[in-house]
Each structure stands twice: as C-alpha cells, then as structure tokens.
Design a binder for this molecule. Structure first.
Ligand SMILES: NC(=O)c1ccc[n+]([C@@H]2O[C@H](COP(=O)([O-])OP(=O)(O)OC[C@H]3O[C@@H](n4cnc5c(N)ncnc54)[C@H](O)[C@@H]3O)[C@@H](O)[C@H]2O)c1
Length: 194
C-alpha cells in the first residue's frame, strides 16, 4: 500500500492533520539524542503532541540494534501502549528504520508516522516502508516491509544538519537519478570519467 507523503511548509499543520487522522489511545514520540535536542522543539508544543510520551535512543547507526529495539519495546509496553497506540518517528534513517520496525512488531503492529530530519531519510529511508535493524554484524539483517501511515517532509529540519549528512543525502539523490534516468546518466558520465 502506498503511504501518504506530505511535502510540508507548515510543520504544525502537517503534524496536526496527520496525528489527528489516526484515532489512538496513546501517542509515542521516538527521537535520537540529537533529534531530541534539535528537532523535537519544532513540534513538541503542537497541541496534539503535548501528551506524547517521549522515547529517546542513542544516535547513529551503531544503535540500530537489538538492544535499542528492546529498549523501545520496553518503553512502549511500560508506557501503556496498546494495539490502538500511535508512534511518531522523528529523526534520520536510523530512527525511522528502527522506529518503524518497533511499531510494526509491537502488539503485532501499531500505526506509525515518519518525520524524517536528514536529507537522506527525506529522499529515501523514511518513505518506502523498509524497516529493520542491524544484527549479528550484518546490516539491515532483521526487518519487515510495512509502510508508515504518513511521511511528513519539511526541509525546515535541515537547517541544523551538518555538511557531511547533507552531502550524504545529495549522494543518495544522485544515485537514484543515475539509476532511473538514462539521460542524466549519459550526461553525467563524462564528468565522472574526467
Ligand atoms: N529504509 C530504507 O529504505 C533506508 C534507505 C537508506 C538508508 N537507510 C538507513 O538509514 C540510516 C542512515 O540514515 P541517515 O543518513 O539519515 O543517518 P542517521 O539517522 O544516523 O542520522 C545521521 C546523524 O544526523 C543526526 N541528525 C538527524 N537529523 C538531524 C538534524 N535535523 N539536525 C542535526 N542532526 C541531525 C542524527 O542524530 C545522526 O547523528 C542507516 O541505518 C541506513 O541503513 C534506510
């Protein structure tokens, strides 16, 4: 099933509409240590988010593992999460991958919304419904395909993103362009060879 992708210029409105569209008993907000500090302030005082229970995990791919996943399941369970709860994942691809998997497996699957905060997650990771964790030394070894209810893409979040992660997102965009567009591929090849 194709999910709903909202290209937002008004994050408050987009979040209100997306959260409001899904009836829920409890709301959970997953962030990593960095997005909790830099991105959560952009949405935390939206009325629909004020009762959200916050779950904060370590940042970067090294935390995309079973221990972190278990910590998120524990927080959902201890927070009274039910089949009718809703989860919002606010972060880069690490948060949307792990959060999407946690939501997809808790109580056999609760709905979730992705709010990507890196360029890479906006153009790729948050959108296609690929969720999962690294396991046994292997990348994305365990996971499921399950699409978020809504993906809210708002470039306002990119203001705090560092140069390295902006370049990482551009590289992903270039890769998709080269794979999908033969004209771009032909046009680009002299530059790559030089
Ligand atoms: N599911 C998919 O289809 C898919 C596709 C590509 C990549 N991925 C996965 O995505 C992950 C990589 O995603 P990523 O590149 O977004 O990395 P990331 O989520 O690890 O984020 C990179 C760093 O940027 C920080 N950050 C995030 N948003 C920020 C912001 N707005 N301002 C400042 N700092 C911010 C994070 O805290 C982290 O330290 C990998 O785990 C990869 O396997 C998944």
């Amino acid at each position: 099933m194709i999910n709903k992708i909202v290209i937002s210029t008004d994050i408050r409105k987009a979040v209100s509409e997306a959260v409001g569209a899904i009836p829920h008993d409890r709301l959970f907000l997953l962030t990593d240590e960095t997005t909790d500090r830099l991105c959560r302030p952009l949405i935390e005082d939206i009325p629909c988010m004020q009762n959200a229970q916050s779950i904060v995990i370590g940042a970067t791919d090294t935390h995309k593992n079973l221990d972190t996943l278990a910590a998120v399941w524990t927080a959902l369970s201890n927070g009274g999460g039910s089949r009718h709860s809703l989860m919002v994942n606010l972060g880069g691809g690490m948060v949307t991958d792990l959060g999407g998997f946690a939501a997809s497996t808790f109580k056999r699957g609760i709905p979730y919304i992705n709010i990507p905060t890196t360029l890479l997650s906006m153009v790729d990771a948050s959108v296609g419904g690929k969720t999962g964790i690294n396991f046994n030394g292997l990348k994305n070894e365990i996971g499921v395909f399950r699409t978020p209810e809504t993906v809210i893409i708002d470039t306002e979040f990119l203001r705090t993103l560092d140069h390295e992660n902006i370049c990482s997102g551009y590289a992903e965009m270039l890769k998709h362009g080269l794979i999908n567009n033969s004209q771009l591929s032909t046009f680009s090849s002299p530059h790559i060879q030089s």
